[in-house]
Design a protein around this ligand. Structure first.
Ligand code: HEC
Ligand code: HEC
Length: 460
């Protein structure tokens, strides 16, 4: 058997082995059961074939300042060093001692086959020492993780063809999907040469999954129908055939039900309730027409605001080319729910759990709610905190305590020998797609009203 066929065999076998999910699908049950199947498939099943040998994990020791044997003898310390370097979090589900986002691909007999990343590398975050599936990962350095795991596996990393992430916590997921799609024909067979689609997307902040309970269109530009489960399968384009996709679709339908069942964590510190009542009035006057109302009879209007009206960094909205959309829509992925061929701007997201999702805007360019609602306070260049522990959480301004750096400094001032993981704590709003302009709706508010509004936002 060739390696490729062997991998596919391993995958199919493992699917049957881990995926009791599929066998349950026929039964006619409610969405809670579907959500539970989705949770199991997403957090305990594996989709992609392993990318690295299992030994690569211990072999990252040289990057962590540890010995490879420490992975065996001091597993907790090793895992903590690994998480700290790459910006990963403890898994809140059984994951074989590995951080959330790294997965051991299992074979038919349950033997360990190797390692791979999964959805939670980006969509698994933590705050105050607690991990959550579906909270965007704001500390991830994916570029360094992928390169060093490959080096640890004894291979040379592929050349960089685009910026995956210039900073920690943002990631260029869109360009990955665009490249994978350019390698497939409309019938999803492999194309011999990449199809020129002309997309040029920037790195982004990762949105929390709990918003999917309300959204009727998804992604930052709101161009995709939220009912599309096929859109979530784009990351699997590296490996599978159209038949595989069709077979996996019911599982992804369950995963979508799971997303819709995720609830945001509650604000863990005290809230000034009297002030929040005043803030609610301010919110309903200045913000609700785009962001909706909250509470038992809350309504979410699903508004997409024109790009020149919202005024935030335009690169994400403009980066999807017409050709890419047309190509996507010509495939099975876009057949049922084609992406909107018209670009409008950015979708005003539901603000549930907003306290936990700093930094703000689609590119994570604004560290706190106070700075979002008073644009004069937005830093141009800043250093992000090393972890998501509460010692770095700013309860007053709601978001992250960042260290503002003199804007006369540029990336050229970063010492050449600075470890990539440290250099990437610096966020520079002058980089491609990382601008912090626009969304000026809080600027005209009186200070007392802004404070009250921030207090109210903690209650969502
Ligand atoms: C490399 C990081 C990364 C990985 C891996 C990843 N995502 Fe995402 N995901 C993102 C980013 C960034 C966005 C925002 C994209 C945009 O709007 O342009 C996103 C958006 C989404 C959305 C839409 C959310 C919304 O509110 O509009 C869903 C649903 C989603 N991802 C599901 C998944 C699933 C399922 C997987 C695994 C099969 C996955 N993602 C893997 C980074 C990632
Ligand atoms: C005209 C519509 C509109 C109004 C009015 C509006 N917003 Fe927004 N808001 C948006 C859009 C669109 C975005 C997404 C922009 C982006 O990410 O580039 C957004 C983003 C946000 C975010 C960041 C979400 C995140 O996850 O990063 C917060 C917080 C927010 N708005 C709060 C408010 C508050 C508070 C008000 C009232 C003072 C308000 N907005 C008024 C449209 C609006």
């Amino acid at each position: 058997m060739t390696r490729k066929r062997w991998m596919r065999f391993v995958f199919l076998a493992s699917w049957i082995f881990c995926g009791s999910a599929e066998r349950l699908i026929a039964s006619d049950d409610d969405s809670a059961a579907a959500a539970e199947r989705g949770r199991i498939a997403l957090t305990l099943g594996s989709f992609l074939a392993p990318e690295w040998k299992s030994s690569a994990y211990a072999a990252t020791a040289s990057f962590l300042g540890m010995a490879p044997s420490d992975a065996e003898t001091k597993p907790e310390a090793f895992s903590a060093a690994f998480r700290a370097r790459y910006g990963l979090h403890e898994a809140p589900y059984p994951n074989d001692g590995l951080p959330m986002g790294i997965r051991r691909g299992k074979g038919a007999d349950g033997r360990k086959q190797g390692l791979q990343i999964d959805c939670m590398v980006c969509h698994g975050g933590s705050i105050g020492g607690q991990s959550y599936v579906g909270l965007g990962n704001t500390t991830l350095d994916l570029d360094t993780l992928l390169r060093e795991m490959t080096l640890a596996d004894g291979r040379r990393p592929p050349p960089r063809v685009f910026t995956l992430n210039s900073t920690r916590g943002t990631v260029n997921a869109g360009q990955i999907a665009a490249i994978l799609l350019s390698l497939r024909n409309p019938d999803l067979s492999r194309s011999r040469i990449p199809i020129p689609l002309g997309a040029n997307l920037p790195e982004l902040d990762v949105p929390p999954w709990w918003r999917l309970a309300k959204k009727t269109t998804i992604y930052y530009d709101g161009r995709t129908d939220a009912r599309s489960v096929r859109t979530n399968m784009q990351f699997l384009l590296g490996e599978f055939t159209l038949e595989d996709f069709k077979r996996m679709e019911p599982t992804f339908r369950d995963i979508r039900e799971y997303f819709k069942s995720i609830k945001p964590p509650k604000y863990p510190f005290t809230i000034d309730r009297e002030r929040a009542v005043i803030g609610r009035v301010v919110f309903e006057k200045s913000c609700s027409k785009c962001h909706g109302t909250y509470g038992a009879d809350g309504e979410y209007p699903n508004v997409i605001v024109e790009l020149d009206k919202i005024g935030t960094d335009p690169k994400r909205a403009l980066g999807l080319s017409d050709r890419l959309i047309a190509h996507y829509n010509s495939t099975w992925l876009g057949e049922e729910y084609p992406a909107d061929t018209k670009m409008i701007g950015y979708q005003a997201p539901p603000l549930d759990g907003i306290w936990a999702t700093a930094p703000f805007l689609h590119n994570g360019s604004v560290p706190t709610l106070d700075a979002l609602l008073d644009s004069s306070k937005r830093p141009i260049r800043f250093r992000k905190p090393p972890t998501t522990d509460f010692q770095y959480y700013d309860q007053m301004n709601v978001g992250w305590k960042v260290e503002t750096i003199d804007p006369s400094e540029t990336d050229r001032d970063i010492p050449k020998d600075a470890p990539p993981t440290e250099a990437r704590r610096i966020y520079d709003t002058r980089r491609f797609g990382l601008g912090n302009q626009g969304h000026l709706y809080g600027d005209k508010l009186k200070d007392a009203d802004r404070r009250a509004l921030i207090e109210y936002l903690k209650t969502l």
